[in-house]
Design a protein around this ligand. Structure first.
Ligand SMILES: [Mn+2]
Length: 265
């Protein structure tokens, strides 16, 4: 017999987002990897939220280093503070949130708490008479076969329902353990070892969506080309070097901005 899945996994986030004609400035951020032990990065992100003049902010995944379920909000002051900062932004701008490979359990409870629109991966976003295809990017890193296997499992409604049914302390402990494992594995790699978005598959996605440009994060290798804009990750912990940038989309096209622009005057 099929058991009913919790609302969190019955995700019907939007695959198309047509922005109103009044929108003048859209900003894109991904891979902030927020966690309580990276306080400088969290402070810079909340400062950005407080000072941006964008009409629309799209967060394209891995906003959080880990997310073990929306119920964690009740007991975790760090996550709650971030949600409050997002909710304040959502009072003056539209906020779109997509899941990444680390915070793939962000659910409707989170969206409601911060007043955000859930973006499916991928999501076609229309503005300025143009349309772009937004994705976190991990689903297109096809060369990483081991990861694609894991992704298939953890993105299945059955796995997610079983995981979310476990007690919160157990989920937090498991996330901690997975993070330590992935950090140990990452330490062995050089940036050239990281998988990149598969250009052939990306071209298929773009053609199917009727778009010519992909916006993605995940690879932590910010770049612009004729078919894609790759977002930067954020890391502002000393001793540095600091990494963070915001991609802006206006009627004039795309531009990249450092955080200096968003400091209080
Ligand atoms: Mn990622």
């Amino acid at each position: 017999m099929m058991t009913e899945l919790p609302a969190q996994t019955q995700r019907q986030w939007r695959t198309q987002w047509r922005l109103p004609a009044s929108v003048q400035r859209v900003e894109w951020v991904s891979d902030v990897h927020l966690c309580a032990d990276m306080p400088h990065t969290a402070a810079a992100f909340t400062r950005y939220l407080a000072h941006t003049r964008a009409d629309v902010v799209c967060l394209l995944g891995d906003l959080f280093e880990a997310w073990v379920g929306d119920d964690a909000l009740e007991q975790r002051p760090f996550e709650r503070d971030i949600v409050h900062a997002l909710a304040r932004l959502a009072q003056r701008a539209q906020l779109g949130v997509m899941c990444g490979n680390r915070d793939f359990l962000l659910g409707d409870g989170f969206l409601t708490a911060c007043g955000a629109v859930g973006l499916a991966d991928p999501c076609c976003i229309e503005a300025f008479g143009d349309r772009v295809l937004a994705t976190h990017g991990d689903a297109l890193c096809l060369a990483d076969h081991a990861y694609q296997q894991v992704r298939k499992v953890v993105r299945s409604p059955a796995w997610q329902a079983a995981f979310l049914a476990r007690p919160l302390p157990e989920r937090l402990a498991l996330a901690q353990q997975l993070r330590a494992q992935s950090q140990a594995e990452q330490a062995k790699l050089t940036p050239q070892d990281y998988a990149d978005v598969d250009p052939t598959e990306a071209a298929v996605w773009l053609r199917q969506a009727g778009c010519v440009r992909l916006i993605h994060g995940h690879t932590h290798r910010p770049a612009s080309s004729d078919w894609r804009e790759v977002l930067s990750d954020w890391d502002l912990e000393p001793p540095g070097p600091a990494r963070a940038s915001v991609l802006r989309w206006t009627a004039q096209g795309f531009s990249r901005h450092t955080l200096d622009e968003f400091s209080p005057v």
